[in-house]
Design a protein around this ligand. Structure first.
Ligand SMILES: [Zn+2]
Ligand SMILES: [Zn+2]
Length: 359
Protein backbone atom coordinates (compact mmCIF):
# COMPACT_ATOMS: atom_id res chain seq x y z
CA UNK A 1 0.00 0.00 0.00
CA UNK A 2 1.35 3.33 -1.04
CA UNK A 3 0.96 5.78 1.83
CA UNK A 4 2.18 9.33 2.32
CA UNK A 5 6.01 9.55 2.21
CA UNK A 6 7.38 9.54 5.74
CA UNK A 7 9.31 12.76 6.23
CA UNK A 8 12.29 12.82 8.59
CA UNK A 9 11.63 14.78 11.78
CA UNK A 10 12.70 18.41 11.48
CA UNK A 11 15.72 18.05 13.76
CA UNK A 12 16.90 21.41 14.97
CA UNK A 13 13.87 23.43 13.87
CA UNK A 14 11.73 22.79 16.96
CA UNK A 15 14.47 23.87 19.45
CA UNK A 16 15.25 26.91 17.28
CA UNK A 17 11.56 27.91 17.17
CA UNK A 18 11.37 27.34 20.93
CA UNK A 19 14.49 29.45 21.44
CA UNK A 20 13.11 32.29 19.32
CA UNK A 21 9.89 32.24 21.34
CA UNK A 22 11.88 32.37 24.61
CA UNK A 23 14.01 35.20 23.20
CA UNK A 24 10.93 37.20 22.19
CA UNK A 25 9.33 36.67 25.65
CA UNK A 26 12.61 37.67 27.32
CA UNK A 27 12.96 40.90 25.32
CA UNK A 28 9.32 41.90 25.91
CA UNK A 29 9.69 40.97 29.60
CA UNK A 30 12.51 43.50 29.99
CA UNK A 31 10.03 46.30 29.24
CA UNK A 32 6.71 44.84 30.44
CA UNK A 33 7.66 43.12 33.74
CA UNK A 34 7.55 45.43 36.82
CA UNK A 35 10.40 43.38 38.35
CA UNK A 36 12.76 44.64 35.63
CA UNK A 37 14.43 48.02 35.78
CA UNK A 38 13.62 48.84 32.13
CA UNK A 39 9.85 48.35 32.72
CA UNK A 40 8.05 51.03 30.69
CA UNK A 41 6.33 52.39 33.82
CA UNK A 42 9.72 53.04 35.47
CA UNK A 43 11.09 54.65 32.30
CA UNK A 44 8.07 56.95 32.34
CA UNK A 45 8.56 57.93 36.02
CA UNK A 46 12.26 58.59 35.24
CA UNK A 47 11.15 60.92 32.45
CA UNK A 48 8.68 62.67 34.80
CA UNK A 49 11.33 63.15 37.50
CA UNK A 50 13.79 64.55 34.91
CA UNK A 51 11.10 66.88 33.59
CA UNK A 52 10.24 68.23 37.05
CA UNK A 53 13.93 68.52 38.01
CA UNK A 54 14.80 70.59 34.93
CA UNK A 55 11.58 72.63 34.88
CA UNK A 56 11.08 73.41 38.57
CA UNK A 57 14.60 73.30 40.02
CA UNK A 58 16.77 74.24 37.03
CA UNK A 59 14.16 76.72 35.70
CA UNK A 60 14.33 75.52 32.06
CA UNK A 61 11.32 76.20 29.83
CA UNK A 62 9.38 73.24 28.39
CA UNK A 63 11.21 73.39 25.03
CA UNK A 64 14.62 73.39 26.75
CA UNK A 65 13.54 70.51 29.00
CA UNK A 66 12.61 68.30 26.01
CA UNK A 67 15.78 69.33 24.19
CA UNK A 68 17.91 68.33 27.17
CA UNK A 69 16.15 65.03 27.94
CA UNK A 70 16.10 63.85 24.32
CA UNK A 71 19.46 65.32 23.34
CA UNK A 72 20.70 63.60 20.14
CA UNK A 73 24.29 64.13 21.36
CA UNK A 74 23.53 61.51 24.02
CA UNK A 75 20.90 59.23 22.47
CA UNK A 76 22.56 59.00 19.04
CA UNK A 77 26.16 58.83 20.27
CA UNK A 78 28.37 55.90 19.25
CA UNK A 79 28.40 54.78 22.89
CA UNK A 80 24.57 54.64 23.05
CA UNK A 81 24.42 52.74 19.76
CA UNK A 82 26.88 50.20 21.22
CA UNK A 83 24.56 49.88 24.25
CA UNK A 84 21.72 48.82 21.92
CA UNK A 85 23.89 46.23 20.10
CA UNK A 86 25.23 44.86 23.41
CA UNK A 87 21.68 44.67 24.82
CA UNK A 88 20.57 42.32 22.02
CA UNK A 89 23.79 40.22 22.03
CA UNK A 90 23.54 39.81 25.81
CA UNK A 91 19.90 38.76 25.68
CA UNK A 92 20.71 36.17 22.95
CA UNK A 93 23.50 34.76 25.15
CA UNK A 94 21.50 34.91 28.37
CA UNK A 95 18.49 33.05 26.97
CA UNK A 96 20.87 30.30 25.77
CA UNK A 97 22.82 30.15 29.07
CA UNK A 98 19.91 30.51 31.51
CA UNK A 99 19.01 26.78 31.66
CA UNK A 100 22.58 26.06 32.82
CA UNK A 101 22.55 28.60 35.65
CA UNK A 102 21.43 27.79 39.17
CA UNK A 103 18.16 29.46 40.21
CA UNK A 104 17.09 30.99 43.53
CA UNK A 105 14.39 28.29 43.86
CA UNK A 106 17.06 25.54 43.54
CA UNK A 107 19.23 27.23 46.21
CA UNK A 108 16.20 27.83 48.47
CA UNK A 109 14.99 24.21 48.16
CA UNK A 110 18.45 22.72 48.83
CA UNK A 111 19.10 24.97 51.85
CA UNK A 112 15.59 24.42 53.26
CA UNK A 113 16.12 20.63 53.22
CA UNK A 114 19.62 21.05 54.65
CA UNK A 115 18.25 23.10 57.60
CA UNK A 116 15.49 20.51 58.08
CA UNK A 117 17.90 17.57 58.28
CA UNK A 118 20.50 19.41 60.38
CA UNK A 119 17.86 20.03 63.05
CA UNK A 120 19.74 23.11 64.33
CA UNK A 121 16.52 25.09 64.92
CA UNK A 122 12.98 23.82 65.30
CA UNK A 123 10.95 24.22 62.10
CA UNK A 124 8.66 27.29 62.14
CA UNK A 125 10.02 28.62 65.43
CA UNK A 126 8.53 32.09 64.67
CA UNK A 127 5.35 30.82 63.03
CA UNK A 128 3.21 32.64 65.64
CA UNK A 129 4.40 36.02 64.32
CA UNK A 130 1.64 37.96 62.58
CA UNK A 131 1.52 37.85 58.79
CA UNK A 132 2.10 41.63 58.50
CA UNK A 133 5.21 41.57 60.72
CA UNK A 134 6.75 38.49 59.09
CA UNK A 135 6.12 39.93 55.60
CA UNK A 136 7.68 43.25 56.68
CA UNK A 137 10.73 41.49 58.18
CA UNK A 138 11.16 39.30 55.11
CA UNK A 139 10.86 42.21 52.65
CA UNK A 140 13.30 44.38 54.63
CA UNK A 141 15.93 41.64 55.13
CA UNK A 142 15.62 40.54 51.51
CA UNK A 143 16.19 44.12 50.29
CA UNK A 144 19.10 44.85 52.68
CA UNK A 145 20.95 41.57 51.99
CA UNK A 146 20.42 41.86 48.25
CA UNK A 147 21.63 45.48 48.17
CA UNK A 148 24.68 44.65 50.30
CA UNK A 149 25.55 41.67 48.07
CA UNK A 150 25.32 43.90 44.99
CA UNK A 151 27.66 46.40 46.66
CA UNK A 152 30.12 43.60 47.64
CA UNK A 153 30.10 42.11 44.13
CA UNK A 154 30.60 45.55 42.56
CA UNK A 155 33.48 46.24 44.99
CA UNK A 156 35.14 42.95 43.94
CA UNK A 157 34.65 43.78 40.24
CA UNK A 158 36.76 46.90 40.77
CA UNK A 159 39.34 45.63 43.24
CA UNK A 160 40.19 42.22 41.73
CA UNK A 161 42.30 42.98 38.60
CA UNK A 162 40.98 39.92 36.75
CA UNK A 163 37.33 40.94 37.32
CA UNK A 164 38.04 44.60 36.55
CA UNK A 165 38.97 43.62 32.96
CA UNK A 166 35.39 42.36 32.50
CA UNK A 167 33.76 45.25 34.38
CA UNK A 168 35.51 47.74 32.05
CA UNK A 169 32.83 46.69 29.53
CA UNK A 170 30.27 48.67 31.60
CA UNK A 171 32.65 51.54 32.36
CA UNK A 172 33.68 52.00 28.72
CA UNK A 173 30.37 53.86 28.14
CA UNK A 174 31.05 57.50 27.27
CA UNK A 175 27.40 58.57 27.44
CA UNK A 176 24.85 57.09 29.81
CA UNK A 177 21.26 56.11 28.92
CA UNK A 178 18.94 53.74 30.85
CA UNK A 179 20.06 50.93 28.50
CA UNK A 180 23.67 51.30 29.77
CA UNK A 181 22.65 49.27 32.85
CA UNK A 182 22.47 46.22 30.55
CA UNK A 183 25.92 46.99 29.08
CA UNK A 184 27.73 44.32 31.10
CA UNK A 185 30.12 41.62 29.91
CA UNK A 186 28.47 38.16 29.90
CA UNK A 187 31.01 37.00 32.53
CA UNK A 188 29.75 39.78 34.83
CA UNK A 189 26.17 38.87 33.89
CA UNK A 190 26.73 35.24 34.96
CA UNK A 191 28.38 36.36 38.23
CA UNK A 192 25.45 38.66 39.07
CA UNK A 193 22.91 35.93 38.22
CA UNK A 194 24.70 33.46 40.53
CA UNK A 195 24.94 36.14 43.22
CA UNK A 196 21.22 36.83 43.16
CA UNK A 197 20.40 33.08 43.13
CA UNK A 198 22.58 32.46 46.21
CA UNK A 199 21.62 35.57 48.22
CA UNK A 200 17.91 35.55 47.41
CA UNK A 201 17.61 31.73 47.64
CA UNK A 202 19.33 31.73 51.06
CA UNK A 203 17.06 34.49 52.43
CA UNK A 204 13.94 32.72 51.17
CA UNK A 205 15.01 29.34 52.66
CA UNK A 206 15.87 30.78 56.09
CA UNK A 207 12.63 32.79 56.33
CA UNK A 208 10.48 29.88 55.14
CA UNK A 209 12.18 27.65 57.69
CA UNK A 210 11.76 30.06 60.61
CA UNK A 211 8.39 31.63 59.78
CA UNK A 212 6.77 28.65 58.09
CA UNK A 213 3.28 29.19 56.76
CA UNK A 214 3.29 32.89 57.57
CA UNK A 215 5.11 33.56 54.32
CA UNK A 216 3.20 32.51 51.28
CA UNK A 217 4.39 32.38 47.71
CA UNK A 218 2.82 35.75 46.93
CA UNK A 219 5.01 37.39 49.58
CA UNK A 220 8.11 35.56 48.42
CA UNK A 221 7.77 35.71 44.67
CA UNK A 222 5.78 38.95 44.52
CA UNK A 223 7.40 42.22 43.65
CA UNK A 224 9.30 43.63 46.61
CA UNK A 225 7.88 47.00 47.65
CA UNK A 226 11.40 48.41 48.10
CA UNK A 227 12.29 47.36 44.55
CA UNK A 228 9.17 49.15 43.22
CA UNK A 229 10.12 52.29 45.17
CA UNK A 230 13.77 52.16 44.03
CA UNK A 231 12.86 51.75 40.36
CA UNK A 232 9.74 53.96 40.47
CA UNK A 233 11.72 56.81 42.04
CA UNK A 234 14.16 56.98 39.18
CA UNK A 235 16.72 54.13 39.32
CA UNK A 236 16.97 54.55 35.54
CA UNK A 237 18.45 58.02 36.05
CA UNK A 238 21.61 56.40 37.47
CA UNK A 239 22.44 55.83 33.81
CA UNK A 240 21.37 59.07 32.18
CA UNK A 241 22.69 62.57 31.52
CA UNK A 242 20.27 64.18 34.00
CA UNK A 243 22.44 64.71 37.03
CA UNK A 244 19.91 64.54 39.86
CA UNK A 245 21.43 65.22 43.26
CA UNK A 246 19.86 64.55 46.65
CA UNK A 247 20.37 66.80 49.69
CA UNK A 248 23.68 65.87 51.38
CA UNK A 249 21.93 64.26 54.35
CA UNK A 250 19.92 61.97 52.01
CA UNK A 251 22.98 61.08 49.90
CA UNK A 252 24.56 59.69 53.07
CA UNK A 253 21.82 57.01 53.10
CA UNK A 254 20.54 56.69 49.52
CA UNK A 255 22.74 56.69 46.40
CA UNK A 256 21.63 59.55 44.13
CA UNK A 257 21.83 59.25 40.32
CA UNK A 258 24.56 61.96 40.35
CA UNK A 259 26.62 59.85 42.78
CA UNK A 260 26.54 56.91 40.34
CA UNK A 261 27.54 59.31 37.54
CA UNK A 262 30.63 60.09 39.61
CA UNK A 263 31.31 56.33 39.77
CA UNK A 264 31.52 56.42 35.95
CA UNK A 265 33.93 59.38 35.93
CA UNK A 266 37.27 58.97 34.15
CA UNK A 267 38.91 61.35 36.66
CA UNK A 268 41.35 59.48 38.91
CA UNK A 269 40.07 61.24 42.04
CA UNK A 270 36.66 59.57 41.51
CA UNK A 271 38.06 56.05 40.87
CA UNK A 272 36.70 53.18 42.97
CA UNK A 273 34.06 55.27 44.70
CA UNK A 274 30.28 54.92 45.19
CA UNK A 275 29.83 51.17 44.55
CA UNK A 276 26.37 51.11 46.14
CA UNK A 277 23.12 50.55 44.24
CA UNK A 278 20.15 51.74 46.33
CA UNK A 279 21.90 52.49 49.63
CA UNK A 280 25.11 54.48 50.09
CA UNK A 281 25.65 53.36 53.71
CA UNK A 282 27.81 50.41 52.54
CA UNK A 283 30.20 52.88 50.85
CA UNK A 284 30.43 54.93 54.03
CA UNK A 285 31.34 51.77 55.95
CA UNK A 286 33.97 50.80 53.33
CA UNK A 287 35.44 54.33 53.03
CA UNK A 288 34.48 54.59 49.36
CA UNK A 289 31.75 57.23 49.72
CA UNK A 290 31.66 60.49 47.73
CA UNK A 291 28.96 63.17 47.63
CA UNK A 292 27.77 64.20 44.16
CA UNK A 293 29.33 67.28 42.58
CA UNK A 294 28.34 70.07 40.19
CA UNK A 295 31.85 70.17 38.66
CA UNK A 296 31.98 68.79 35.10
CA UNK A 297 33.70 65.46 34.37
CA UNK A 298 33.70 62.90 31.55
CA UNK A 299 32.57 59.27 31.56
CA UNK A 300 34.70 56.31 30.51
CA UNK A 301 37.98 54.57 31.32
CA UNK A 302 40.28 57.26 29.97
CA UNK A 303 42.81 56.26 27.33
CA UNK A 304 41.62 52.62 27.43
CA UNK A 305 38.08 53.54 26.32
CA UNK A 306 39.03 53.64 22.63
CA UNK A 307 40.92 50.33 22.81
CA UNK A 308 38.05 48.50 24.55
CA UNK A 309 35.33 49.85 22.27
CA UNK A 310 37.20 49.63 18.96
CA UNK A 311 34.76 46.96 17.71
CA UNK A 312 32.10 44.74 19.28
CA UNK A 313 34.68 41.92 19.07
CA UNK A 314 37.12 43.97 21.18
CA UNK A 315 34.42 44.58 23.77
CA UNK A 316 33.59 40.89 24.17
CA UNK A 317 37.02 39.24 23.66
CA UNK A 318 39.65 41.77 24.81
CA UNK A 319 38.71 41.22 28.51
CA UNK A 320 39.57 37.49 28.14
CA UNK A 321 43.00 38.36 26.65
CA UNK A 322 43.69 40.98 29.34
CA UNK A 323 42.48 38.58 32.06
CA UNK A 324 44.82 35.86 30.74
CA UNK A 325 47.70 38.37 30.77
CA UNK A 326 46.88 39.38 34.35
CA UNK A 327 46.84 35.68 35.42
CA UNK A 328 50.25 35.17 33.74
CA UNK A 329 51.74 38.24 35.43
CA UNK A 330 50.29 37.08 38.77
CA UNK A 331 51.86 33.63 38.26
CA UNK A 332 55.22 35.29 37.47
CA UNK A 333 54.97 37.44 40.62
CA UNK A 334 54.11 34.35 42.70
CA UNK A 335 57.09 32.45 41.25
CA UNK A 336 59.41 35.33 42.14
CA UNK A 337 58.03 35.47 45.68
CA UNK A 338 58.36 31.69 46.00
CA UNK A 339 61.93 31.70 44.64
CA UNK A 340 62.88 34.56 46.99
CA UNK A 341 61.25 32.74 49.87
CA UNK A 342 63.25 29.57 49.11
CA UNK A 343 66.42 31.58 48.71
CA UNK A 344 65.94 33.33 52.07
CA UNK A 345 65.12 30.03 53.75
CA UNK A 346 68.26 28.42 52.38
CA UNK A 347 70.38 31.40 53.40
CA UNK A 348 68.90 31.30 56.87
CA UNK A 349 69.50 27.57 57.10
CA UNK A 350 73.16 28.05 56.13
CA UNK A 351 73.56 30.80 58.74
CA UNK A 352 72.04 28.48 61.34
CA UNK A 353 74.39 25.69 60.22
CA UNK A 354 77.41 28.02 60.53
CA UNK A 355 76.25 29.04 64.01
CA UNK A 356 76.06 25.41 65.14
CA UNK A 357 79.54 24.70 63.70
CA UNK A 358 81.01 27.56 65.80
CA UNK A 359 80.02 25.86 69.02
ZN1 LIG B 1 31.70 49.96 38.50
ZN1 LIG C 1 26.84 52.08 36.02
Amino acid sequence: MQGEPVLPPAIGFAPMAEYLELFQTDILGQFLNPKKRLFLGYLFTAFLISFLWLYLLRHNNVKQVFKTIFSPVVWLSRSSKLDVVCFFINRVLFVALRPMLITQIAVATALYHFLHYQNLFPLGVFSDTSYALSALLFTTCFFLLDDFARFAMHYALHKVPLLWEFHKFHHSAETLTPLTVTRAHPVEGVLFTLRSAVVQGTTIAIFLFLFGQQLNLVTILGVNVFVILFHGLGSNLRHSHISIQYPKVVERILMSPAQHHLHHSSDIKHFDKNFGVALSVWDRMAGTFLHSTNAPFTFGIGSETKQYTKTIGHMYFLPFIKAAESICSLARTKNTIFRNYNYISKQEANEEFKETRKC
